[in-house]
Ligand binder design. Structure first.
Ligand code: MV4
Length: 513
């Protein structure tokens, strides 16, 4: 990879932490940056980081961050040569990528045809099957109700009825009994129609208690494709990832090799350009099945960056400018272990309800092996208009135990006041025995953290706080005894009383008491 900047100026069509992440990559590459912001994002962090910023519309995303005409107009007005879409918003919108191309602006990501093909889960399955990538057993055509019922009878229940236009769990129904099938198809269709304006469905065999393992891929327009190993994303709540890690637990070398090869075959089959991800399910027997391909940079890309030392965002930008990947598969090695906690502005003790408002105190952790990719700062306002993720806390260690110890330490240091966050939930996961053992699958949250249908985390009985108080009482008794023996009253000033020490430690952690 050469030294000259791949572009002069790039517009970042996003907000929050990912916009900041892309701006950072651009700055390192010597590229000027253009931010766009909605009316409620005037003071957002990404606006402060960019070289220029333009108002793109009102708070509602459909009229601002998703307004294609407006985004293109700002790119032209500012003289941006390329647009980075981040994730969400316009990132997997083939029409937008096509429009960029027509307007002479480089879309930083794969070709419109690739985005379109992978957005249709049936076409994706066809292409992967043709490329020799194992897919979940099921149909590779859109089905009528009668065909779906006939096929389910043939492969046997349980099955999953999935929306062709879906992905990420929307428009998806698990069916255990033949009598429920017709109703489930109907509901999957109407959900798909409402969400995607397309009610076609297909059927897959249900994979029981799978692990969700995905492979990071990079492709360039010179016919090269490599993978950057796997991420374990099984810790999810309602199809929202909560904690990711790289590499994955329980990965025999042959499985890692086979999944990596399959992902590279997938990338080559669709002439993939830029950063992408192949999602797989891995079953109890360590068989793996292609689920879907995400044609964007993902939220959890940092854990891969931490263990490979590859800057995925910078590489994606260079590839969009026509450069080669510049690394061979053998150049990429796994070094250590990384974890990511997605910190959301929501209250895990109250059904994970959104917790918008001003952040009145914000002190992120630091120190060895800690990275915090955040979209907020002290005084920033979290609104209800966008994704509630305020920060991604990433730790690296030489091995999993060290990465975990650093994450626990970093979560203890993290101070956020004014809004509730999911930090207590992360703390609960990080002390769970099964999590620590690495033996878990996608059922983890529902069986280990929120069992028997619980919708909230039990209120924090802070073990450590209790321990500190007990130690304080014991020490005070000892003090009194000593003082009584010496014939004087226990001291009030000066020397550190255990209570005062406990109080000071609690203050350092940013707690109220
Ligand atoms: C499945 C499955 C089992 N069998 N497909 C959920 C999100 C979407 N990307 C696909 N999902 C699943 N598809 C078959 N044939 C189980 C899931 C699934 C899941 C997948 C990944 C991570 C968490 C999950 C939680 C529940 C169900």
């Amino acid at each position: 990879m050469s030294g000259a900047p791949p572009f002069r100026k790039v517009l970042i069509a996003n907000r929050g932490e990912i916009a900041v992440r892309v701006i950072r990559a651009c700055r390192e590459l010597g590229i000027s940056t253009v931010a766009i912001y909605s009316e409620v994002d005037r003071n957002a962090l990404h606006v402060r980081y960019a070289d220029e910023a333009y108002l793109c519309g009102p708070a509602v995303a459909a009229q601002s961050y998703l307004d294609v005409d407006r985004v293109i107009a700002i790119a032209k007005e500012s003289g941006a040569e390329a647009i980075h879409p981040g994730y969400g918003f316009l990132s997997e919108n083939a029409g937008f990528a096509r429009r960029c191309r027509e307007e002479g602006i480089t879309f930083i990501g794969p070709a419109p045809g690739t985005i379109e093909a992978m957005g249709d889960k049936v076409i994706a399955r066809q292409k992967m099957q043709a490329a020799g990538v194992p897919i979940v057993p099921g149909t590779t055509e859109k089905l009528s109700d009668a065909e779906a019922i006939e096929f389910a009878g043939k492969i046997g229940l349980p099955v999953m009825v999935k929306a062709t236009a879906g992905g990420g769990g929307k428009g998806m129904r698990l069916v255990h009994e033949m009598k429920d099938l017709a109703g489930s198809i109907k509901r999957a269709r109407s959900e798909a129609r409402a969400s995607f304006g397309d009610d076609s469905i297909y059927v897959e065999k249900f994979v029981e208690e799978p692990r969700h393992i995905e492979i990071q891929i990079m492709g360039d327009r010179h016919g090269h494709a490599i993978h950057l190993f796997e991420r374990e994303c099984s810790i999810q709540r309602r199809h929202q990832k909560v904690i990711e890690e790289a590499p994955a637990n329980r990965m025999p070398p042959e499985l890692r090799e086979a999944m990596g090869k399959a992902a590279v075959a997938a990338a080559l089959a669709v002439s993939y350009e830029g950063a992408g991800t192949c999602e797989f399910l891995v079953d109890r027997n360590f068989d793996f099945y292609f689920l879907e391909m995400n044609t964007r940079v993902q939220v959890e890309h940092p854990v891969t960056e931490m263990i490979t030392n590859v800057d995925i965002v910078k590489m994606g930008i260079r590839i969009a400018a026509g450069e080669e990947i510049g690394l061979s598969q053998d150049d990429v090695r796994i070094n250590g272990w990384a974890l990511e906690c997605r910190i959301y502005a929501e209250d895990p003790e109250a059904g994970f309800r959104p917790s918008p408002g001003p952040i009145i105190a914000y002190r992120p952790p630091g120190g060895p092996g800690v990275r915090n990719d955040s979209g907020v700062y002290p005084g920033a306002e979290v609104t209800v208009y966008y994704d509630p993720m305020i920060s991604k806390l990433i730790t690296w260690g030489r091995d999993r135990d060290e990465a975990i110890a650093r994450m626990r330490r970093a979560l203890q240091e993290f101070v956020v006041k004014g809004i509730k966050t999911s930090i207590p939930f992360h703390r609960a996961v990080l002390r769970n025995e099964r999590f620590l053992s690495g033996h878990f699958d996608t059922s983890f949250i529902d069986t280990e953290i929120l069992p028997s249908g619980a919708t909230s985390l039990p209120p924090a009985e802070d073990d450590r706080r209790v321990a500190v108080m007990l130690a304080g009482i014991a020490a005070l008794r000892r003090d009194r005894e000593l003082a009584a023996r010496a014939g004087s009253a226990p001291g009030q000033g000066g020397a550190a009383s255990p209570w005062r020490l406990a109080g000071r430690r609690a203050q350092m952690r940013g707690r109220d008491s």
